[in-house]
Design a protein around this ligand. Structure first.
Ligand SMILES: [Zn+2]
Length: 413
């Protein structure tokens, strides 16, 4: 699984091409927009000598290598030049995707390849101390399995099922994460990794699960889509929005929390957030499980519903379609507001019956103008989407041009 470059951003242009830094050059190489010395000169307007000096710093840091592909013709028409590539062997990333009762964790390469992976029971209601302590143990095991030392870890990305203030990495009034409000996830997880591996603390980035799933799916499967929306329907309901290759979070991380929009059918339905009438109270995997349990079908969570849908259970199928119609009604507004090119349905309920329900109401209620070029699709990465997005978030953070400068200076390169 390889990451493709983020579209729409050009290093150099917009901040004066003559100032392109080593970080800008690395970004051009990583995104594939310029992969030879000649192409870098052309993209930045820097002299051959200056490009050479800046590349030397990246070679000394071990972040860049000459490609295995061998010499290619220079776009400047001179002698053949060697291709350059991001050297992803110098570090690894840890990622975790926490759901309400289940979690996944992985070691990833810097280019997004999953090197070792584990999924298991981890109950969010047990609180952050217990969950993040256990996660540190999982990470230590996974590093051993992948054959990497903890000192190779450059950062950790975590997806959580609640709204996150990305400035602080803390969840803000999360409806389904009791005990986590304002908790220092970054500090605890960095400490937990140190406790289990002895390695020094590393940067930890935290974001909402739907945001990171959207980021992972957009980058790997729809890199040219400039307005991408993913809706996750599992025990709860949330949406992630990626605009021009960047996650759109709103002013304090609340964007996309569509599960708590009030819907008319829900007046009597109590939501886990404490309010009545939320979309999630009538159309989430949790809500479908409750309806099934009331009629004697054993189901307690979104993943139970997923298993029933996979087995073709008729009542579950009917309820999933009905839930899809309710979500589709809300998505008609989302699509009208954002005019996305891709609307992806992901999570436990994302099967044929639910998506059919979504389409029925979406196309009925949204303006034809806003759906004319809309693709409604299901998840490509499946349960790995959050891990891939979390890994990419860490890499994009650590190798952003400005941070590359800081890090190179700190390394004395
Ligand atoms: Zn609610």
């Amino acid at each position: 699984m390889r990451m493709t470059g983020r579209p729409g951003r050009t290093a150099g242009t917009g901040r004066g091409t003559a100032q392109a830094s080593a970080g800008d050059l690395l970004e051009l190489v990583r995104s594939g927009r310029a992969t030879t010395r000649g192409a870098l000169q052309q993209a930045t307007g820097l002299s051959r000598a200056t490009v050479g000096q800046r590349l030397d710093r990246l070679f000394r840091a071990g972040w860049l290598r000459e490609g295995a592909g061998g010499p290619v013709g220079s776009p400047l028409g001179g002698r053949p030049s060697i291709t350059l590539e991001f050297d992803d062997a110098h570090a690894v990333v840890l990622a975790a995707d926490l759901d309400t009762r289940h979690a996944r964790a992985a070691v990833l390469s810097l280019t997004g390849e999953i090197l070792a992976e584990h999924g298991g029971t981890l109950v969010i209601e047990d609180g952050p101390e217990a969950v993040l302590g256990e996660l540190g143990r999982w990470f230590a095991d996974l590093l051993r399995k992948a054959g990497h030392g903890a000192e190779e870890v450059c950062g950790i990305g975590v997806a959580v099922p609640g709204p996150v203030d990305s400035e602080t990495g803390r969840v803000v009034q999360p409806p389904i994460m009791p005990g986590w409000d304002g908790y220092d996830i970054r500090g605890r997880l960095a400490r937990s990794l140190t406790e289990h591996t002895g390695a020094p603390g590393v940067p930890v980035l935290v974001d909402n699960d739907a945001n990171l799933m959207a980021y992972g799916e957009q980058r790997t499967g729809h890199p040219d889509c400039s307005a991408f929306v993913l809706v996750k329907v599992s025990t709860g309901i949330g949406a992630g929005v990626v605009v021009d290759g960047t996650v759109y979070r709103g002013v304090d991380g609340g964007a996309g929390d569509i599960g708590h929009i009030r819907v008319p059918e829900g007046v009597d339905a109590l939501c886990r957030c404490g309010s009545y009438g939320c979309l999630a109270a009538v159309a989430s995997g949790g809500a479908v499980a409750r309806r099934l349990a009331e009629s004697g079908v054993p189901a307690a969570s979104g993943s139970d519903v997923r298993d029933l849908l996979a087995a073709g259970h008729p009542e579950a199928t009917g309820l999933a379609r009905e839930a899809g119609r309710r979500v589709g009604d809300v998505l008609a507004t989302v699509v009208t507001l954002l005019n996305p090119g891709v609307l992806m349905i992901a999570g436990d309920l994302a099967g044929t019956s639910f998506v059919t329900g979504v389409r029925e109401l979406l196309y009925e209620r949204a303006l034809p103008r806003s759906t004319a070029r809309l693709e409604v699709v299901t998840s490509r990465l499946g349960e790995r989407a959050g891990l891939v997005g979390a890994g990419a978030l860490v890499v994009e953070h650590l190798y952003a041009p400005q941070r590359v400068e800081e890090r190179l200076r700190a390394m004395g390169v």
